[in-house]
Design a binder for this molecule. Structure first.
Ligand code: HEM
Length: 375
């Protein structure tokens, strides 16, 4: 019996390799922003709860101020991969989205609430009020969104459970059960948050808006967090890879195309190890100003490369899982309109340029000292 809906009347308007490339680039950027949000928020909450030193509050405030901006990037960098995923995997992704429809649509409401709580968290910290519970609520909600996304991205790979789920509820009122890959995958993203959050702090420690003492505190904390949670992230990654079906593991090792995704997995592993070493250096070493600037930018580069290799590997896992169930993403009718594709690419590159410029504006803004309280 055919598991995937057969209706796919419109041919793809661009080569599949190009759509996949754009998907991986944009999704990697979404993941960088997501991890900054999940990790940066939890760190800010803990720092504002356990105010061990004046620098704790300064760091919490510095993170919270930036999180509302990070959220903008989370959302705007989420839409392109959603569109590319729908184009490439629509018959699987639409089906799983409908099956958990109530939860899927609830993401919009949860997201709005999370965003509002982020603003409240930052405002309360700025006003010197107790804020940790507001930030913690925002983090828990963001974690729920992550869980729902992991749920959908794994349910789309399990056509064998779709029929029973639809029989149980056509209103999308049930979540799937019994998938051994779901929880490791979700925890991997949560652990990645603290790891990337640590690297983010190492980068922030280079900001001229901190005093010398604050810089030392931020770098040392960021380094320790990146080192410890880099190891947790590694463990979660090995767990998530280990629970994949045998056919997927075999494909990642031997399939002529997807063994490159397997290589990306090893690349991810090596990069996380390097990042852990950078964390150890920043967290425990005595570092000169010159070296700290170098470490800050190395951390940024590593964070981006880690997410790219992760996304390539994850893409291989998805394609091989679907392939084993009869869905070959490469087997689609393509009618390329090169004029439109060319125009799209020009606008896409211009868009990336604008994002880069916006990030640089954010990085250069706020020349007030981080410790200053503005009400
Ligand atoms: C607080 C906000 C958000 C968080 C914490 C978050 C988190 C995540 C996580 C954890 C995943 C990986 C799931 C997995 O594969 O296991 C993911 C993937 C994804 N997210 Fe987000 N996300 C957020 C907002 C959004 C929004 C607003 C959208 C849509 C406009 C979105 C679109 C996507 C898509 C399409 C994927 C998967 C794409 C693919 O696999 O091809 N996300 N997100």
């Amino acid at each position: 019996m055919q598991s995937f809906p057969a209706v796919d009347p419109i041919p793809l308007p661009a080569p599949i390799w190009l759509l996949k490339l754009l998907h991986i680039v944009t999704l990697s950027l979404h993941f960088v922003a997501v991890e900054m949000l999940l990790g940066g928020l939890l760190l800010a909450v803990l720092l504002s709860l356990f105010r061990g030193s004046p620098q704790s509050l300064v760091t919490a405030r510095a993170l919270a101020r930036r999180l509302t901006v990070v959220m903008t990037f989370v959302i705007n960098l989420a839409v392109p991969p959603l569109l590319f995923a729908q184009v490439l995997y629509g018959r699987a992704l639409y089906t799983s989205s409908v099956l958990i429809g109530l939860y899927w649509i609830s993401i919009v409401a949860i997201l709005i609430l999370t965003y509002w709580l982020l603003y409240r968290f930052s405002a309360r910290l700025e006003a010197g009020e107790s804020a940790w519970w507001v930030g913690l609520s925002a983090w828990l909600l963001a974690g729920c969104i992550a869980r729902l996304l992991s749920t959908n991205m794994t349910l789309m790979l399990r056509p064998e459970v779709w029929r029973d789920m639809y029989s149980a509820s056509a209103a999308g009122a049930y979540l799937p059960t019994g998938d051994p890959t779901l929880t490791p995958r979700w925890l991997l993203m949560l652990a990645g948050g603290l790891f990337i959050g640590g690297l983010w702090l190492i980068y922030l420690s280079g900001r001229s808006t901190f005093t010398a003492e604050e810089k030392r505190f931020v770098a040392s904390l960021g380094g320790k967090v990146a080192a410890v949670f880099g190891l947790v992230y590694l463990t979660a990654g090995l767990w998530a890879a280990g629970v994949q079906p045998a056919v997927v593991k075999a494909g990642l090792a031997t399939h002529p195309l997807y063994k490159f995704a397997g290589f990306a997995g090893y690349g991810w592993l090596a990069l996380v190890v390097v990042a852990v070493l950078v964390g150890i250096l920043a967290g425990f070493g005595k570092i000169s100003i010159g070296l700290s600037g170098f470490l800050a930018w190395t951390g940024v580069l590593l964070a981006v490369l880690v997410e790219i290799t992760f996304t390539v590997y994850r893409d291989g896992v998805r394609d091989l899982t679907l392939l084993s169930k009869g869905y070959d993403v490469w087997d689609r009718a393509v009618v390329t309109n090169w004029g439109v594709v060319g125009l799209f690419l020009v606008l896409f590159v211009a868009g990336l340029g604008v994002i880069g410029w916006l990030v640089s504006v954010v990085a250069r803004a706020r020349k007030v000292m981080e410790g200053a309280i503005s009400i």
